[in-house]
Design a protein around this ligand. Structure first.
Ligand code: AMP
Length: 225
């Protein structure tokens, strides 16, 4: 199972990063996080950095398929052939299905399963409004709106400042959820139609969701025998 190539799909706040971390910890898979790679580029004061920042953080839209393919090539090329990967955030729209699969094929990889972590919109908005991370070590924190004025906004691990993501404003979340519904739903339906979708209930605890993911993958390995 740790040699599988998985895609993680789900709206903002569905817990994709948490599940990816658990798959990395327990199975030694490699997490390929497109949003995080793009955030690193967006912080740079270069022509590309300014362009990506404008698209992600001001317009809250998707960057070009071409850039996504380039980043994927770069990242996947550095991963050992015998290590499984978790692709988090790509393909994110129908036109990326082929381009992402083509990059994977260049490294003799195919998608084994697309995991869709499903949560209702209200849950997504509420979770994102409470999402903080340490600006130094990236440790994640959940601080609900009532606590935000009084909570110590420094990291318990390294003392770094806790921050919300620039695109995590309520209006930013609603815009990104609309993009998800329009652009990513066809990707989910594609993998459902070809029998590669594993849909899990994202309102459960992280441990329960992880259990459902592993059980679902093991069941399909058994079925394929
Ligand atoms: P995420 O961290 O997955 O919420 O992604 C943050 C932002 O990065 C998105 O709102 C998009 O602007 C951009 N992004 C991430 N993945 C992709 C992708 N596959 N295609 C286009 N844009 C992406």
């Amino acid at each position: 199972m740790n040699k599988h190539n998985l895609i993680l799909l789900g709206p903002q706040g569905s817990g994709k990063s948490t599940q990816a971390k658990m798959l990395v910890q327990h199975l030694g898979m490699i997490h390929v996080d497109m949003g995080s790679a793009l955030r690193t580029i967006a912080k740079k004061d270069t022509y590309l950095g300014r362009q990506v920042n404008e698209i992600m953080n001001v317009r809250k839209e998707l960057v070009s398929d071409e850039l996504v393919s380039k980043i994927l090539h770069h990242v996947i090329g550095d991963i050992d052939d015998d290590q499984g990967i978790i692709l988090d955030g790509a393909p994110r729209k129908e036109s990326q299905i082929q381009s992402v699969e083509r990059v994977l094929a260049d490294y003799d990889r195919t998608i084994d399963k697309a995991i869709f972590i499903n949560i209702p919109t209200e849950v997504s908005v509420a979770r994102i409004a409470s999402r903080f991370a340490c600006s130094l070590c990236s440790k994640a924190y959940v601080i609900d709106a009532n606590e935000q004025l009084t909570h110590d906004l420094s990291c318990s691990e390294c003392g770094g400042q806790l921050e919300q993501r620039v695109d995590d404003t309520p209006e930013g979340v609603r815009k990104r959820l609309a993009v998800f519904a329009k652009e990513t739903t066809p990707v989910i339906e594609h993998y459902r139609a070809i029998g590669k979708l594993l849909e899990v209930d994202g309102t459960k605890t992280a441990e329960e969701i992880y259990h459902d993911i592993v059980a679902g993958i093991l069941a399909s390995i058994e079925e394929a025998k």
